[in-house]
Design a protein around this ligand. Structure first.
Ligand SMILES: [Zn+2]
Length: 183
């Protein structure tokens, strides 16, 4: 694929940064990474892209490794029980936010907030009003200035919406959310 696009040729092993970016975009468009789970292979085949088996497992574009997929299912069930359908997540890297968008079915509406960019107080207030739960995802890309906006705004009954998850990783984030939902 890369040779056809003129991004490399046989015998070449190095690539310029500019070409790495173009190659990444190209492969994201053309390839669907899947793990050994038969459901993921079927999904990859139906994607219209070239199915390519992945390693490690968590790079599977369908299940991102079974831990995350199972955690999403548990969270969805718990949200349904509570009548929750809107989730705000503050923090995390762009890659992780992208994964979350793909992982979480549309039954649960997500608002993903970049924790490195200043969030005006009005906007933080609107997020707290909109979401059934607002997760402050510490230990990731979350600046204190941003998380403080939410903490300062969440007064009275709004306080109950705010959840701190001071651990990295999507599975950990979802586990923290699940604990909150079951409380
Ligand atoms: Zn998979």
């Amino acid at each position: 694929m890369l040779e056809t696009a003129g991004l490399t040729r046989a015998g070449k092993s190095r690539m310029s940064q500019e070409k790495v970016e173009r190659a990444t975009v190209l492969l994201e468009e053309k390839v669907f990474l899947h793990c050994t789970n038969p459901d993921c292979l079927t999904f990859a085949k139906a994607s219209g892209k070239e199915p390519v088996s992945c390693e490690p497992r968590n790079t599977c574009q369908r299940c991102f490794g079974s831990d995350n997929a199972r955690a999403v299912k548990d969270v969805l069930d718990a949200c349904r029980k509570r009548g929750f359908s809107k989730l705000v997540i503050v923090g995390g890297s762009p890659t992780v936010r992208h994964e979350l968008e793909r992982l979480v079915p549309s039954a649960l509406e997500l608002r993903l907030v970049d924790g490195t960019k200043a969030r005006p107080l009005d906007q933080a207030r609107a997020d707290l009003a909109w979401g059934d739960v607002v997760l402050l995802w510490g230990a990731t890309e979350l600046h204190h200035k941003v998380s403080n906006q939410y903490q300062d705004t969440a007064t009275g009954p709004l306080k109950r919406k705010l959840v701190h998850v001071p651990r990295r990783g999507i599975a950990q984030l979802l586990a923290g959310l699940l604990t909150h939902l079951q409380r």
